[in-house]
Design a protein around this ligand. Sequence first.
Ligand code: TXA
Ligand code: MG
Length: 329
Amino acid sequence: MLLGDDRASVLRAAEIIRNGGLVAFPTETVYGLGAAATDSKAIKKIFSAKGRPSDNPLIVHIADPAQLGDVAAQVSATALILAERFWPGPLSLVLPRADHVPAEVSAGLPTVAVRMPDHRVALDLILAAGVPIAAPSANRSGRPSPTSCCHVLEDLAGRIDAVIRSAACTIGLESTVLDLTGVRPVILRPGGVSRENLEAVLGCRIALSGSNDAQGIPRSPGMKYRHYSPRAPLLLIAGPESRRSMFIESLVKSYQGRGLKVALLSSYIRGYDTGKAAPQQLALHLYDALRQIDHRGADLILAEETDIKGLGLAVMNRLRKASTRVLKV
Ligand code: TXA
Ligand code: MG
């Protein structure tokens, strides 16, 4: 069912969620595929609709920081400070999971990731449903995350109960996942809130998880899979800027010479004298660009490394996950 984002449609969507159904809804980051976080049967449906590995936990969405206590078993002072500063917004906090949150939500982990999205429709939906909403990104597992209703339909039409169509997402990349269950906070997935902003608020350096802990177990299970992937192979070109562009030009010529259709993802707007796009712009357009490249039937994608300041860290993280190879020049 394709729903609008008016009040009556949101109420209809909330009823579907309360009855154990799946609804894709907009957030400021990407579209989520929501189910009642209290309903383990509905949670299982999310995993099968997406084709998601069962060991990859979901984020629980709340409409008010006061709901944090319903989802987490303990809420530390650090969690409260971060919620106060960054919610509503693209920051998911990993905390000890409350006993009544079904284990399926967290793929059996003793923790739970929680966030309050900065989107009117998402917040109204959670309030109207009367329960927190567990939601991964609303794409087929492994595909680029959806930043529009069209993207959701491309991947999930016929597999879910409804989708709410609203204006496109304003950030375009997923939330930052921050683990607060250890001695120090650790970023498990860089995202919409930058590392610099978190460090400024907490007054300390924050580590970025290499995906494995001491036992070699990925701390954020989702990070071990190839992700955000277009159908065409993606080569990530890394190295000093001056050498990169010459290398890319020669690669493009050589592949085109062999009759291949090559797509180029770059922060430079080539042929125009407008210079480099800001990381916010790259974040906003990355997933749509990957999908468009597929539609145009590219045989190969060349993507240029970007600066890792601010949102650039999340952009580079997604490019690495989407890539089949990294070429250092
Ligand atoms: O912006 C977002 O975060 C979007 C919107 C819909 O809110 N959601 C999203 O969900 O990106 P998903 O499922 O595509 O990614 C969730 C990430 C995965 O990498 C997962 O492993 C990690 O968060 N995660 C969830 N719960 C966790 C937990 N308890 N411990 C560690 N990592 C967790
Ligand atoms: Mg996802």
